[in-house]
Design a protein around this ligand. Structure first.
Ligand code: ATR
Length: 273
């Protein structure tokens, strides 16, 4: 049977096996999908061994995405832009192809929530790996403006400079932010520590859409905060998780699974509904 897995550390709580097993059942593909948690300095060796032993493809998550970028034979354009690899496929020619489906997953999830990206004013919080992966797919949707704000402003400036060939992207400090944004995407890891990015409450209004790439059984700190200040449309990153997985499954198997039912089952599994 074709073998796939996700590399990460820690990875025990990953929902990827659950999601891909449902995709496989739905599309009647015969495959098994497992977990691998190598020591941080053993990822390269374990990745090689997995493919030497017949593995067909894998996902890569924290903290190995940047390292995976250096270990594959060939990169898709979107992985090159993201500077990170979350999906690897062994091609029929024996080439290890590195791809990145995170940004496509974000955009697909935003669209499935009915968020309009074309001509919109987007605020992206954070300038780490998650922000980098999101920029090209977001700019491809032709927003009127995309502003990056980050605690360490120089990192936001660097990212804006790197992506300004793709669209109207600029960097501003949290203090400089003003005006009406249509969508705020939180790509910071602040919610992981129960912290908040230092965003002025005045930026939140009833028609704004709020997206937190993090998720949990209950609202993230950022989503709770946005709701308190009047945001009516809030979304967490669970849908992005399922959509990026669907994109990876499509890369591997050439068949696109449906995501709605799988997202519902995942929510049930997590006790969210
Ligand atoms: P990831 O790969 O998940 O993006 P990362 O590359 O470590 O992780 O980036 C984390 C991002 O969250 C950074 O933009 C970080 O800001 P700094 O560049 O200033 O470190 C941001 N971040 C983390 N904790 C934060 C907090 N409490 N408030 C605001 N931003 C925070």
């Amino acid at each position: 049977m074709d073998r796939y897995l996700v590399f990460g550390h820690p990875v025990r709580h990953s929902k990827s096996p659950f999601i891909h097993t449902l995709f496989a059942r739905q599309t009647q593909q015969e495959l098994e999908y497992g977990l691998a948690e190598p020591a941080v300095d053993e990822f390269a060796q374990d990745l090689r061994t997995f493919f030497d032993q017949g593995g067909k493809g894998c996902n890569v998550t924290v903290p190995f995405k940047e390292q995976a970028f250096t270990l594959v034979d060939c990169l898709s354009p979107r992985a090159k832009r993201a500077g990170a690899v979350n999906t690897i496929k062994l091609t029929d020619d024996g080439v290890l192809l590195g791809d990145n489906t995170d940004g496509a997953g974000l955009v697909a999830d935003l669209k499935s929530h009915g968020v309009t990206l074309a001509d919109s004013r987007i605020l992206l919080l954070g300038a780490g790996g998650a922000a980098r992966g999101a920029l090209a797919p977001l700019l491809a949707e032709l927003p009127s403006e995309l502003v990056i704000a980050n605690r360490t402003h120089t990192k936001a400036q660097q990212l804006a400079a790197e992506f300004c060939d793709l669209g109207p992207v600029t960097a501003q400090t949290y203090e400089q932010l003003a005006g009406l944004f249509d969508l705020v995407i939180n790509s910071t890891s602040a919610s992981l520590q129960g912290e908040l990015p230092p965003l002025a409450p005045a930026l939140i209004h009833t028609d704004i859409a709020i997206y937190d790439m993090m998720y949990g059984a209950s609202d993230t700190a950022f989503i709770s905060w946005a709701k308190q200040h009047g945001a009516r449309q809030t979304m967490d990153g669970l849908g992005m998780l399922v959509e990026q997985a669907a994109e990876a499954f499509t890369v591997w198997r050439g068949i696109r699974p449906g995501t709605k039912q799988v997202l519902r089952e995942l929510k049930r599994n997590l006790g969210v509904i």
